[in-house]
Structures are given as C-alpha cells and as structure tokens.
Design a protein around this ligand. Structure first.
Ligand code: NAD
Ligand code: G6P
Ligand code: MN
Ligand code: MN
Length: 434
C-alpha cells in the first residue's frame, strides 16, 4: 500500500484531501496517511484528524490515519509527501496584506510584497523538509501546495538536488470548472492549453469537445457583469471587454492584480476598512469550519469549505498522485522544471504548464514562445521569483530589496525599502536567516 505524509495536516483543507483519497481508493490504495503539524497547530490537527478518521470509517476504506508532531518519524518510508504549511499562521498573512496597504501597495499573499515575505518565511522550512526526505524517504515525491507555490518550486529546483518535486495550485482546475459553468457543460468536455507561471498562468487556447471556443468564451466573459471567473479570495471586478478581445487569451484570476492594479487596490483598501483583509476574513471562516469539524456526527467534507479559495484542491492533489502512482500519462497542469517547454523562460526554472503525468513525473508539453503581449510580464515575474528565492536562501538584505523593487505591484525603490524594512521587523521571528 501507499504511504502518504501531509505536512501542515491541521489545515482546514485536509478534509478535501481525505475526500480525494476516498474517491480514488480503488486505484490509489493509501494504507497510511500521516498528518504532521507543529505544537501551535496541535489542536487543529486533533480536530481535523478525528474528522478524517470518521470520514474514512464512514466510507469503509481501510486508511490508517496517524497524527503527529514528529515530522521525521512520519517521513520514514513515505511514498508521497504533500506540504500545506503556513509559516507564522494567518497572523503573519494579515501583516503581509496590511503593511503594504499603508504605503498604497497591494499586499497579496502570493503575488505582491506579501508573496515575497511568505516566500522568505517558507522557503527555508521547505528546504529543511527536503533535507529530512533525503535521509528518510529519498525516493518519495514532494507535492508542494504551500504558497507562494511558484517561488517555492523555483527554490526547490535551484537550491536542492531533490528531483522528485512538483508544485501544485488549484487555479488551472478552477479555470476549467469556470469555463464549464459558463457554457453549462461538464468540465470533462473542456480542455485548456495552460502556460505561464503559478498565479501567472494563461489559457492559450480553450476547447469544448475539441473545438476552439476562445472567441465565444471571451464574448461570454465580457457580456455579463459578473462572469469574469474568479476564486473566492479575489474580487471579480469584471474585465474591460475590448482588452480581452484584443488579448485573445484567458487570464487567470490573479492577473487582475497586474492588469487592474488601481481598481484592485481601491477594492482592497475598502475591504480592509469594512470587512478586514482576506486573512482576517479567513480567520473567521476558519473558526466556523473548525466548530463544524468538531461535531462527532459529521463524517463528510462540509460544503462550507467551499468558502475558502482552495476549492478543488483535492482533485488536483489526488489526481496528480494517482497519475504518478499508476503511470497514467494523462494531462494535468503543474509547476515543474521548464526543460524548454516555454522558450523564453530558462530551462531549469519552474513553470506552470500542461504536462503528461508519468511514473517518472510530469513531462511538460512544449508551447514555444508565449504571445508577445504577455511574454515580458511572465519573464518579469520569473525574475522576481528567482531574486526572491535567492534572498530567502541567503538572507541578504540587498537581494530582498531588489526583489521587492522589481515586483510590478511596487511603484518605487523608496517605497519598496519602506515596506521591506517594516515587514522585516514585523516578521523577524520567522526570518532567522536575516
Ligand atoms: P493554515 O494556516 O491552516 O496552516 C496549515 C497548517 O500548517 C497549520 O495547522 C499550521 O499549524 C501548520 N504549520 C505551520 N508551520 C508549519 C511547519 N513548519 N511544519 C508543519 N506544519 C506547519 O493554512 P491553510 O489556509 O490551510 O493553507 C496552507 C497552505 O496552503 C498555505 O501556504 C496556503 O497558501 C496554501 N494554499 C495553496 C493553494 C494553492 O493553490 N497552491 C490553495 C490553498 C492554500
Ligand atoms: C486560491 C489560490 C491559492 C490560495 C487560495 C487562498 O485557491 O490558488 O493559492 O492560497 O486561493 O484562499 P483563502 O481562502 O486562503 O483566501
Ligand atoms: Mn494557488
Ligand atoms: Mn469587496
């Protein structure tokens, strides 16, 4: 049987994963699932772990669920290691989102200054996990869901020699579901040629039953007010119809931060005043979820989890593991080593592209070059991720300042330095390398 270790097991998303493993048990016989957390997360781990046990019992699948704070013990002999950690918790995320706003900059926990700091806190921990894996389960696959997933995958590829690592996000699957909904068809009939980076991915072409529907899709996306397709955590302010008609690409929800910067900033400033930043909203959602999870009669994933941005996470994670395990050679969209798939991105860098998923891992499907209109932005974000990853590993102040300044959401070197200095101070407990 298969042994899976989930680091950050106390996450409220864990029932998604359990549901995914239950659904696929016939082709992915998980014998042991180890949920690992840290002392700060122990209470959540217990609550969600008990729910996980009730879920597998109700489903009648013989998965043993272990709860532990001992990561090394859990990793012994693992086949797959998934990571879903949040270093510093939601309090740190709230700072990532709030501090930049004071300077008139969108914080954003993955794309803006917030993403830089989430990366600085997270990358050393992930590299540490990989060092443990080298020793305790050198042949295991690392499936990283931890954000900023693109920057983290870049760091893993550049600063570790563990080859079996894949970064994963629910945005591509969410976009596919969004298109299916717009056309009122089953998602299995929709195919999207994805290429770009994490939270910077484009649909180059979109097909329904094999026919290219990009023009009709853009018509539908722009004809009704709120059909812009987004995630729970990103406001849908609608797209300028003629912009999408000109672009002829399907942007991802996160592109709003770059193509609608001033509108998004105004929205985030207003939200911060009225309902709180997303981290503050999620703090409340999470409390509600864990109250539900405590109910001893609950033995399925509650629908309320869909209020979180990570919907379909289990489908993405479990299908990936299942296809690696069974050498399925189906197409999935993951973060992996480019290897020439996107011509204008270095071969050794991480990209988010459609891949054939094999026992040896994802084989990226070549797309050639990205359309010139978006090529530069994608390269710029890749530069940001690389410089940020270097800062995370070295703890070099100047490198971190360059990363902050070259982020497209940050308007000047001086503002970059002010935000950097305030955030380094606010997060110092989680930044031992600085
Ligand atoms: P969360 O705040 O619930 O954190 C999950 C768990 O990680 C917590 O129980 C926490 O105690 C634990 N943790 C923190 N540091 C740890 C460490 N060093 N070792 C082990 N456990 C640790 O977070 P969440 O909202 O469930 O999100 C988890 C992660 O998944 C975040 O990084 C988030 O950004 C990411 N995420 C990614 C996607 C995606 O598309 N890739 C979607 C949703 C969430
Ligand atoms: C989307 C993104 C994730 C992100 C999540 C935030 O699903 O793909 O990478 O972590 O939204 O959701 P939240 O509910 O935490 O705001
Ligand atoms: Mn994501
Ligand atoms: Mn709002």
């Amino acid at each position: 049987g298969v042994k899976i270790v989930t680091i950050g097991g106390g996450s409220s998303y864990t029932p998604e994963l359990i549901e995914g493993f239950i659904k696929r048990y016939h082709e992915l016989p998980v014998r042991e699932l180890w949920l690992v957390d840290i002392p700060e997360g122990e209470e959540k781990l217990k609550i969600v772990g008990e729910l996980a046990r009730r879920m597998v019992k109700k489903a009648g699948v013989p998965i043993d669920i272990h709860l532990t704070l001992d990561r090394r013990r859990a990793l012994e002999g693992a086949d797959f290691v998934t990571t879903q950690i949040r270093v510093g918790g939601l309090q740190a995320r709230a700072k990532d989102e709030r501090i930049p706003l004071k300077y008139g900059v969108i914080g954003q926990e993955t794309n803006g200054p917030g993403g830089l700091f989430k990366g600085l806190r997270t990358i050393p921990v992930i590299l540490d996990i990989i060092r443990d894996m080298k020793e305790l389960c050198p042949d295991a696959w690392l499936i990283n869901f931890t954000n900023p997933a693109g920057m983290v995958t870049e760091a893993v590829l550049r600063y570790s020699d563990h080859k079996k690592a894949v970064g994963l996000c629910n945005v591509p699957i969410g976009m596919r579901m969004g298109v299916a909904k717009l056309f009122n068809v089953d998602a299995s009939r929709v195919h999207i040629d994805f290429a770009g980076l994490n939270h910077m991915v484009f649909g180059l072409n979109v097909y329904l039953d094999g026919n290219n529907i990009m023009d009709q899709l853009i018509d539908r996306l722009t004809s009704s007010d709120k059909a812009g397709m987004t995630m729970r955590n990103i406001a849908d302010l609608g797209w300028e119809p003629d912009f999408l008609k000109g672009l002829k690409l399907l942007p991802c929800p996160y592109h709003r931060y770059y193509f609608q910067t001033s509108k998004m900033l105004a929205e985030e400033l207003e939200d911060a005043k009225k309902i709180g930043t997303r981290a503050e909203v999620v703090q409340k959602l999470e409390k509600e979820l864990f109250e539900l999870y405590k109910d001893p009669n609950l033995n399925v994933k509650p629908p309320q989890l869909e209020k979180r941005g990570g919907a379909y996470y289990s489908d993405a994670a479990c299908s990936l593991i299942c296809s690696i395990y069974n050498d399925k050679r189906d197409i999935q969209t993951v973060n992996t080593r480019n290897n020439g798939a996107i011509a204008s991105i270095p071969g050794e860098s991480a990209v988010e592209v459609n891949c054939i998923i094999t026992k040896e891992g994802p084989k990226p499907i070549a797309v050639g070059d990205l359309p010139v209109a978006v090529r530069g932005l994608v390269q710029q974000i890749k530069s940001f991720e690389r410089v940020a990853a270097e800062a995370a590993v070295t703890g070099d102040y100047y490198t971190a300042l360059v990363a902050m300044t070259i982020n497209p959401l940050v308007p000047s070197d001086t503002i970059a330095k002010q935000i950097l200095d305030e955030m380094l101070e606010a997060h110092k407990e989680y930044l031992p390398q600085f």
